[in-house]
Ligand binder design. Structure first.
Ligand SMILES: [Cu+2]
Length: 173
């Protein structure tokens, strides 16, 4: 069977592209450690979050920072147009310890991105986004909502402050 020269050329070029794209995915997973947020955080009824009835669910706590044996747990509720905690008070976490964020929303889809880092997730009603990050150094990071969530979307932001472990007050238990 005769395959035209140009056809062979395009076939070869597309094969190179496919291999290159797979290569970028492998690099992203192995190099910078990019991973999809999976369903390990579990689900929660959005009306429970809307009502603030946190005691009735076992996989989400009252928004805040909690010190645990193996790090820090941070429970965040994103809603139109603020992060709780995060917006009116910064989220204070220690450097050098694993920090696990649990983020959900009772209203519409939001985003949770720490500017300048690869900490980034969608926040979907009914779903708890769970991800762990260890901050090596102290510093301040802006939290940005990157999913258009309504007329006040551009104002939706907050802050994470990473403090020295000795300066961390331990959070609630
Ligand atoms: Cu938004």
């Amino acid at each position: 069977m005769h395959v035209h020269r140009f056809e062979r050329l395009w076939f070869g070029a597309s094969l190179v592209l496919v291999v290159a794209f797979i290569g970028t995915i492998i690099y992203g997973a192995v190099g910078p450690g990019i991973a999809m947020v999976d369903d390990s955080g579990g689900t929660v009824d959005p009306s429970v979050i809307a009502d603030g009835d946190y005691e009735s669910v076992d996989n989400f706590r009252e928004p805040g920072v909690y010190d645990t044996e193996d790090g820090v747990d941070v429970y965040v509720v994103a809603r139109q147009y603020l992060f709780q905690p995060g917006t009116s008070e910064a989220i204070r976490v220690p450097a050098g310890e694993p920090v696990t964020f649990h983020v959900t929303t009772p209203d519409v889809t939001h985003g949770f991105n720490l500017a300048g880092t690869n900490v980034n997730s969608m926040v979907i009603p009914g779903q708890i986004a769970e991800f762990t990050v260890t901050f090596d150094e102290t510093g301040k990071y802006g939290i940005v909502c990157h999913e258009y969530c309504g007329s006040g979307h551009h104002t939706m932001e907050g802050q994470v402050v990473v403090v020295e472990e000795s300066a961390f007050d331990g959070g609630e238990n």
